[in-house]
Design a binder for this molecule. Structure first.
Ligand code: S3P
Length: 436
């Protein structure tokens, strides 16, 4: 693949109003549940990034008719719980861990065999976290050594409901088990060790499926197998994970005043707002409303002097995808920022702890990786050349760092920005980011 390189120009500030693309987690789930529903589901605000297109293509390959995306709208002609047909080829999940893990749960309950594969990054990511509980339910899934993809899923297994005490806080694991649970006999339940995003539960309910939550903060989630999904309309809000780049950018760049419109503020996703506020950010929410069972708001960010903090561990799962850019905020804050309890970052699209530490070091910042986090000292970001390791969020985090660097930052291997944020360069330039 050709090396798409980003180059930043120093001294920008962010001003105006922006709507970032649709939420990735919800866009994936809208295709999955819409395909299995009875009736026609209309989705607006759909994320047309490569990850969600991979999910869409997988369902098309299993016989689902899907129109679009046209202007971020998609129409899915649902085939019902048992209407998928065997794909002719392996299903390519590209760079997407969410697509692979959630689909594995769904495919474990089908009558036909299937194989899920992915790109170089996805092929190194751990899948035993889902194959283990799915095997307990009776699924037959073959993996490469160490539980890596491709995953070969045997059809025709009779699944039975389990009660699963999750060892890690992961919405992907929770969702894979619950989606398999749709096809299992009896009740399937999971207990999460920490709060993770609950879009699967909310959207299942939106499609008329009964999901119960109990216990402290609703961490015990259950459903009964054998039900059906009924088509509905879904309005996908802007992705808070994409908005996060601009929250940090407008905070660290002097004279910024930026409003991000219609952002999803599901409380399982707002860790980035809490962390930035603890650091002293000037963030205000307005126009709060609920759209299709998900809370949304406009978010206004004005420049502020940030201070270093010890990031509370309970916020880690609520901000899991936002740490690359939070580390950039830490580099621009006064004093030291310490993150612990975040070893999950090492198994994302890249090892986000090491790759960020290396990139910050290349731009003059003292950042020290630890086994489960990072220690960052504030400093002057300088010109430098960083390698994103094909990780979209690393590429965008260093694009934002460019606002405070005293020279040009060159970022290598940026093609995968298209997995989650198509038109990043155009939208970011439009509000004042110096980037090409
Ligand atoms: C996601 C869950 C998170 C997140 C990922 C999307 C989802 O992963 O990092 O980008 O849509 O369920 P984990 O659940 O593995 O933490």
């Amino acid at each position: 693949m050709s090396n798409i390189q980003f180059k930043t120009t120093p001294n920008g500030n962010l001003k105006g109003t922006l709507r970032v693309p649709g939420d990735k987690s919800m866009s994936h789930r809208s295709i999955m549940l819409g395909s299995l529903a009875e009736g026609t589901t209309h989705v607006t605000g759909f994320l047309t990034g490569e990850d969600c297109i991979a999910t869409m293509n997988a369902f098309r390959a299993m016989g689902v008719e899907i129109d679009g995306p046209h202007d971020k709208s998609v129409t899915i002609h649902g085939v019902g719980m048992n209407g998928l047909t065997a794909p002719i080829d392996d299903l390519d999940m590209g760079n997407s861990g969410t697509a692979m893990r959630l689909l594995t749960g769904l495919l474990a309950g089908q009558s036909f065999d299937s194989t899920l594969m992915g790109d170089k990054s996805l092929s190194t990511r751990p899948m035993n976290r889902i194959t283990k509980p799915l095997a307990m339910m009776g699924a037959k899934i073959g993996t490469e050594e160490g539980g890596r993809p491709p995953l070969k899923i045997k059809g025709g297994s009779k699944l039975k409901g389990i009660h699963y005490d999750m060892p890690i806080a992961s919405a992907q694991v929770k969702s894979a088990v619950l989606l398999a649970g749709l096809y299992a006999t009896g009740k399937t339940s999971v207990i999460e060790p920490g709060i993770t995003r609950d879009h699967s539960e909310r959207m299942l309910r939106g499609f008329g499926y009964d999901v119960t939550t109990a216990g402290e903060h609703g961490k015990h989630i259950s459903l009964q197998g054998g039900g059906k999904l009924t088509a509905c309309n879904i309005d996908v809000p802007a992705d808070i994970s994409s908005a996060a780049f601009f929250m940090v950018g407008a905070s660290i760049a002097e004279n910024s005043d930026l409003t991000l419109e219609h952002v999803g503020i599901n409380p399982t996703r707002t860790g980035v707002i809490d962390i930035l506020k603890l650091m002293g950010a000037d963030i205000t929410l307005s126009n709060q409303k609920e759209v299709g069972g998900e809370p949304v708001a406009d978010i206004r960010i004005r420049s502020a002097q940030l201070n270093g903090i010890k990031i509370p561990e309970e916020l880690v799962p609520l901000a899991i995808d936002e740490f690359p850019v939070i580390f950039v905020a830490a580099a621009c804050a006064t004093g030291e920022t310490v993150l612990t309890g975040a070893e999950e970052l090492r198994v994302k699209e890249s090892d986000r702890i090491q790759v960020m530490a290396d990139g910050l070091n290349a731009c003059g910042i003292d950042a020290q990786a630890t086994p489960d986090g990072i220690i960052i000292q504030s400093g002057q970001l300088t010109a430098g050349e960083v390698d994103s390791h094909g990780d979209h969020r690393i590429a965008m985090a260093f694009s934002i760092a460019g606002l405070r660097a005293n020279g040009e930052i060159t970022i290598n291997d940026c093609a995968n920005v298209n997995t989650s944020f198509p038109d990043f360069i155009e939208l970011a330039s439009g509000v004042g980011l110096g980037i090409s």
